[in-house]
Design a protein around this ligand. Structure first.
Ligand code: SAM
Length: 175
């Protein structure tokens, strides 16, 4: 199953760290196509590119202005839309159905999500029915969809970590 992400309503100042963490987390979840709405944030995109320069380029991050148009296009292409919201159906009830799908677009919000998103989504899914964080919701859903495995970005990178019991060991791949 292939997954893409739509992150709604990024706010340049308030969400700068959280959105960065969401996008970087996508690198270990196998979600490489990312769309975001709200403020276009060149600094955020630059930071992501900087990390990917060292650790491998997997992400394709695009700022878009019309999320509903994207959703409609994706649906036409055969994608199933999975919106994460605390108001949705508990994920355990739907996870096996969603696992069988070929391509999904996962939607996460920040501030209030417009009601059209709930209507256009094929699944409105909750990770517990209390408010927490879009990052937590995304990671738990994706990790379950990946059968509790990481799907780490594994393209050629400049650096590689040699895991250590204690301390840090980072080597360059070109030396
Ligand atoms: N009122 C929001 C909601 O519908 O879930 C909570 C706002 S929260 C600050 C921002 C985003 O985190 C939401 O748009 C949703 O994608 C995600 N989120 C927060 N709690 C969640 C939960 N319990 N289950 C699924 N997603 C959640």
């Amino acid at each position: 199953m292939g997954a893409e992400l739509l992150r709604l309503s990024h706010r340049k100042e308030r969400d700068k760290r959280l959105t960065t963490h969401i996008f970087l987390s996508c690198r270990i979840l196998g979600i490489y196509n990312i769309y975001y709405t709200g403020d276009k944030d060149e600094k955020l995109e630059k930071n992501i590119n900087k990390v990917e320069k060292n650790w491998g380029k997997c992400l394709n991050v695009q700022h878009i202005k019309k999320p509903l148009k994207l959703i409609e296009e994706k649906k036409k292409e055969g994608y199933t839309i999975v919106h994460l919201t605390m108001y949705g159906i508990p994920y355990k009830q739907k996870i096996n159905e969603i696992k069988k799908l070929k391509n999904i677009l996962i939607i996460i919000g920040s501030e209030k999500v417009p009601s059209e998103i709930y209507k256009l989504s094929d699944y409105n899914i909750s990770i517990g029915n209390q408010p927490h964080s879009e990052l937590t919701a995304l990671v738990i859903l994706s990790y379950e969809l990946n059968n509790c495995k990481l799907k780490e970005c594994s393209v050629k990178s400049l650096y590689r970590i040699i895991p250590q019991e204690k301390g840090k060991k980072v080597v360059r791949n070109d030396k």
